[in-house]
Design a protein around this ligand. Structure first.
Ligand code: VGL
Ligand code: ZN
Length: 201
């Protein structure tokens, strides 16, 4: 069981319809199994008075992130569409902090940083400031997808000096190539992330 307290934050990565719902444009296999694990962590974190932050992929209709504009992905998580909404089964009380990545067309995967497609510069999201103001030094990461947004969020968390845990049962991978998710977890371990097997429960 994870020990949650005021110095800990649970980061719930991109639990949005386009990833979490089978009808989503970038549906992640295994997302349905992840949802109850994520909700259980949210309950534990709230009980321990830990901060719970939710990230959302939040793309404009046209972005170099989409295959339709020269990028890698089917159109997904377009701002203010069904696909970008947090999935309805996710426990997210009104007023919870949301980190929306790409509101000004930025690209990237991490909940901490984005890339300005015009200048190529890396720009921070509000997440690190939020954690800093809350006195958080340890983060627990769950959500979608292991090989993209979870991976980049966890790598940034370590780089920023946070003790960082990823719950293996609380994440699922896109697996563009078979094994990408497992590979990502190995990379995270090597980078200093604690990857907890099971549900941490
Ligand atoms: C993600 C692919 C494209 C993710 C976001 O949330 O992991 N993956 N955009
Ligand atoms: Zn995206």
């Amino acid at each position: 069981m994870m020990r949650y307290g005021p110095g800990v934050a649970l980061i719930v990565v991109d639990m949005q319809n386009d990833f979490a719902d089978p009808r989503g444009t970038l549906a992640v296999a295994g997302a349905a199994d992840v949802l109850p694990v994520v909700n259980a962590q949210i309950a534990q974190a709230r009980a321990g008075r830990a901060l719970v932050v939710y990230s959302q992929d939040w793309h404009p209709r046209h972005t170099p992130h989409f295959a339709s504009d020269g990028g890698a992905w089917p159109d997904h998580c377009v701002a203010d569409t069904w696909g970008a909404e947090l999935c309805p089964g996710l426990d997210c009380p009104t007023g919870s902090p949301l980190i929306r990545k790409g509101t000004n067309g930025e690209d990237g995967y991490s909940a901490f940083t984005m890339r300005d497609p015009g200048t190529g510069a890396t720009v921070p999201t509000p997440l690190e400031m939020l954690l800093h103001e809350a006195g958080v030094e340890q983060v627990v990461i769950v959500g979608l997808a292991t090989d993209y947004c979870v991976r980049h969020t966890a790598l940034d968390a370590v780089r920023l000096g946070h003790r960082t845990t990823v719950l293996a049962d609380g994440v699922a991978a896109v697996n563009v190539h078979p094994g990408d998710g497992d590979q990502a977890l190995m990379e995270l371990r090597a980078a200093g992330v604690t990857v907890v097997a099971g549900q941490g429960a």
